[in-house]
Design a protein around this ligand. Structure first.
Ligand code: SF4
Ligand code: SF4
Length: 252
């Protein structure tokens, strides 16, 4: 989801939901439930669940717990009792003390967006694409790998001109069972044709020495929505196309 904040102070989410930004913090908001105080017992007494998200009332350390609870409640509560229908859209809640330049606030909203997908597959697909876009944009235009004449910093002084897009492959015949090969997903334009999230998360010693490291626990969408074994597959299913990775996540 591309974060679009319109002039009427609305954030459009996917699946017809939207959030209203409250600019006047003294504005009275009727019948909304504080997101940090979500409880299954109280939610069921309410006709409709409308959220009040005041970024000054909870901090980053509480994000995961709050989002997991919201996901649980969304699964338990019938769909037509979440939000208020207004024309073709559904008002999901109000946001207070929101800073559009604050990455933590925006990550939290992206996670709320993930929760309100109808199926687990759609949710995983959205999370996967959003995290890949984030990782791509992190590298975009920076040449962090210091490529020069198709040779990256790590491989400087060697004959390798394909960065780290190669791996051992099993051969059926021959005296040696394994062969060091260029990844089959590397296109002629030296681009990845697989959208492999594990490869995107990988950083070699050269990048690590520059402080570029990605930890799954630091990426909110991955940390909240996946179990430890799924996180293992996200991290270590290298050289693998997106479809195959999502399929594995669905059955894990
Ligand atoms: S991650 Fe490391 S090995 Fe891979 S292309 Fe970048 S510098 Fe080279
Ligand atoms: S799957 Fe991995 S190794 Fe293969 S081209 Fe894509 S990024 Fe490179």
């Amino acid at each position: 989801m591309e974060m679009v904040v319109d002039i009427n102070s609305i954030i459009d989410l996917d699946n017809k939901y939207y959030l209203k930004i409250v600019n006047n913090v003294n504005e009275k908001i009727e019948n909304a439930t504080e997101i940090k105080e979500l409880k299954l017992s109280t939610i069921f007494k309410k006709e409709n669940l409308v959220l009040k998200i005041d970024f000054n009332s909870f901090d980053k350390k509480q994000y995961k717990k709050i989002l997991k609870k919201l996901l649980f409640i969304k699964k338990m509560k019938s769909e037509n009792r979440i939000g208020i229908k207004e024309d073709s859209k559904i008002l999901l809640g109000y946001i207070i003390n929101y800073d559009k330049d604050n990455k933590n606030h925006n990550d939290f909203i992206l996670a709320i967006n993930a929760i309100f997908y109808k199926t687990r597959y759609e949710r995983y697909n959205y999370i996967y694409d959003t995290v890949c876009d984030y990782l791509d944009s992190f590298f975009y235009g920076k040449n962090l790998c210091d490529f020069k004449d198709n040779q990256c910093g790590e491989k400087k002084g060697t004959s390798s001109v394909i960065g780290c897009c190669r791996h051992y492959k099993y051969k059926l015949l021959g005296p040696l069972c394994f062969k060091w090969s260029i990844c089959e997903h590397l296109t002629k334009e030296y681009k990845c044709g697989a959208k492999c999230i594990g490869c995107k998360l990988y950083t070699c010693d050269y990048l690590r020495s520059k402080g570029v490291v990605f930890k799954i626990k630091d990426i909110l969408l991955l940390d909240v929505f996946f179990r430890p074994l799924q996180k293992y597959y996200i991290r270590y299913m290298l050289y693998t196309p997106k479809e195959k990775i999502i399929k594995r996540l669905m059955i894990t």
